[in-house]
Each structure stands twice: as structure tokens, then as C-alpha cells.
Write a protein that binds this ligand. Structure first.
Ligand code: PHE
Length: 346
């Protein structure tokens, strides 16, 4: 019985056959169980001999079943893996990944370029009050320049009776920086601004970066050098040429509009070169100037002691010029094909 039982267990083809054998030998009516029952009728001497033998047989059968079970389970797992055909060398299925938006990318680039020039990044609220956005920037309640900003006003004043609005430019951060940290100052302030305006080159929300330097004996030469250094680094061209034109902003005096020279390269306008050369031209790029002494006063500093310059640039416009994009509205459509086209998705 013993050899028969052990060979059949060892050769059981599957789990069901193995279970049948367990019942045949070790079940209630099983042959080994049957032999165990005969022990009762044996004489004590006989039982002393047969007892350990039968017990040993039962243990061996049990162990053999457990061992066979393990082998069968392993084989089954292997068979299943083989039929499932799992190929570990195949590439994983692609999941769409996000990427840095061109506007964020440009703001990062600006922060990096200006960090090298010793500027830190300042921020201010997008929901601004009338005083920081206009009055402290030398635009009194009745100032005509206010009308040019197409301001989104909130219907109600805040708790302290202030008229609230969506900031129309990043210039209020000038005021907040001067009031908060005093002088000297070297900051840029990138962020969202809002004007009620919409066409191919205007969106109601867009991005600006403000620059502000306040120190002793600052003059227009510092402004020009800073802008030249920044634009050469940003457009990665040494041949960037600037033209400074007299202009007007209430918060700067004198005010300077800055143009950058472009040249025609195979029908495309490429920045770089003297805009006055034949086939070249000038493109208006940003507004700037020496901070108006009234603004320095509004912000609580002494204009006899401190002077400075400020500038404001459209970030979206910088991105369009650098990456050759032509429709500002596409920046805010969230269309991945557009990002793909300009190489902004991974
Ligand atoms: N705030 C101005 C605008 O939005 C730009 C500017 C900033 C001009 C700083 C001069 C100095 O048009």
C-alpha cells in the first residue's frame, strides 16, 4: 500500500486528482484511515509494532500530498504566465504628460536672467485696490490715463471702503515693494494682469514682468544697459540693438519707449541688427523710464536720496517673439496640439 500510495501521489496530474487521492487514502473511508481503525482491535503487543508504522505511513502520505500540491501550483502559475504572454521588453503604454507652458517657461527664463543681475522676484495681488494700481502711480482719480486701461472694477468696495479692481499692470508691485522693503531695491515682478480687451494680439488676461531698481545715483544709462543685457540673454543674440524713444507714463519721468531692431530673414522678421539699416525695422517692445519722484514719495521714500528706473514688458509677447508664435489667444486655449506644434509637450 505504501509504495502504491506514494507513487500515485507523486504522479497526480492535477489538483483534482490529488484531492481524489487524499480522500482515497486519508479520508474518513480512506484505506489508510481504515488501517488506523484496526489498531483498536489489536493486542497491545501487536499495536506497539503496528502503531508507529501506520502513523508513519499517514505522515508520509500527508507530506507527499503537500509536496505534490506545491509542485502542481507552481506549474500552474508558470503555465498561466506563459499563456498570458507577458513581454517585459515591451515599452509601457504611453500616458499623456503635462509640460511647462510657454508663458511659465519664459517667466522662469526671465527670473534666471535677472537673478544673474542681482534681481529677486517680488509678487503682488491680482485683486488690487485703486490706490496701488493708479493713485500711488501718479494717476489721480481724474487722470486721463486711467481711461486707457480698460479696467475691470469690482462692483463693491472692500471692508475699508477701497475701490477694488483686477490690476491692469504689474506696476503696483513697485509701490508694494518700496513700502515693504524700503531702498535699495532690485526686483522683477512677473504675473497676470487684466484689461477688458480681446483680439488676435490682446486677451483680457495677459502677463507682464515689471522691473524696478531703486538706489543712489541711478540714471538712464543703467536702464539701457540692463535692458540690453536682459534682451541679449533672452533672445540669445549678441546683435540685439535698442532704440530709446521719448514717451509718456504718469509714473516715470522721463519715460522711454524701447524698440528693438529686426531684420528680414527669408521673409521672416528676426530680431537683431540695427533697425535703421536697409531692409530692417523697429518693433516696439516695452515701456520704461526713471521712476517719477512723486511715485517715490507716494511709496514713502525720500526722492532726494533715492532714484531709480522701472520697466514693464508683456511676457506673452516675449514668448511669441522668441518661439515664433502668431496668435496670442492660442496661449490660453489649452489645446495640446498647439503645444505639440511648438515643441512644448514631451
Ligand atoms: N505699466 C506700464 C504698462 O502696463 C508699463 C511700464 C512699466 C512703463 C514701468 C514704465 C515703467 O503699459
Amino acid at each position: 500500500l505504501k509504495t502504491d500510495a506514494l507513487t500515485r501521489i507523486a504522479n497526480a496530474p492535477d489538483a483534482a486528482a490529488l484531492e481524489a487521492l487524499r480522500i482515497e487514502f486519508l479520508g474518513k473511508q480512506g484505506s489508510i484511515s481504515g488501517l488506523m481503525k484496526t489498531l483498536g482491535k489489536m493486542s497491545p503487543e501487536e499495536r506497539q509494532v503496528q502503531g508507529p508504522l501506520l502513523n508513519g505511513l499517514r505522515t508520509q502520505a500527508n507530506d507527499a500530498i503537500a509536496a505534490r500540491k506545491e509542485v502542481l501550483e507552481e506549474a500552474e502559475l508558470e503555465a498561466r504566465l506563459a499563456t498570458e504572454g507577458l513581454d517585459l521588453s515591451l515599452p509601457a503604454p504611453e500616458t499623456p504628460r503635462g509640460s511647462v507652458h510657454p508663458v511659465s517657461q519664459v517667466m522662469d527664463e526671465l527670473a534666471e536672467i535677472f537673478a544673474d543681475l542681482g534681481f529677486s522676484v517680488a509678487t503682488g495681488p491680482e485683486i488690487e485696490d485703486d490706490w496701488h494700481n493708479f493713485t500711488a502711480l501718479n494717476m489721480a482719480e481724474t487722470h486721463p490715463a486711467r481711461a486707457m486701461h480698460d479696467t475691470f472694477y469690482f462692483p463693491d468696495t472692500d471692508g475699508e471702503g477701497r475701490r477694488m479692481l483686477l490690476r491692469t499692470h504689474t506696476s503696483p508691485v513697485q509701490i508694494r515693494s518700496m513700502m515693504k522693503q524700503g531702498a535699495p531695491i532690485r526686483i522683477i515682478a512677473p504675473g497676470r494682469v487684466y484689461r477688458s480687451d480681446s483680439d488676435a494680439t490682446h486677451t483680457p488676461m495677459f502677463h507682464q514682468v515689471e522691473g524696478l531698481v531703486i538706489d543712489k545715483d541711478i540714471h538712464l544709462g543703467h536702464l539701457k544697459w540692463t535692458l540690453e543685457t536682459f534682451l541679449k540673454a533672452f533672445f540669445e543674440r549678441e546683435d540685439i540693438v535698442l532704440r530709446l524713444r521719448p514717451s509718456y507714463f504718469p509714473f516715470t519721468e522721463p519715460s522711454v519707449e524701447v524698440d528693438v531692431g529686426w531684420q528680414d530673414v527669408g521673409g521672416r522678421r528676426v530680431l537683431g541688427g540695427d533697425g535703421d539699416a536697409p531692409g530692417h525695422g523697429w518693433m516696439e517692445l516695452l515701456g520704461s523710464g526713471m521712476v517719477n519722484r512723486r511715485v517715490i514719495e507716494f511709496a514713502g521714500l525720500d526722492p532726494e536720496q533715492w532714484q531709480g528706473f522701472a520697466f514693464g514688458v508683456g511676457v506673452d509677447r516675449l514668448a511669441m517673439l522668441k518661439y515664433g508664435m502668431d496668435d496670442l489667444r492660442a496661449f490660453f486655449d489649452g489645446d495640446r496640439r498647439w503645444l505639440d506644434h511648438y515643441g512644448f509637450s514631451p
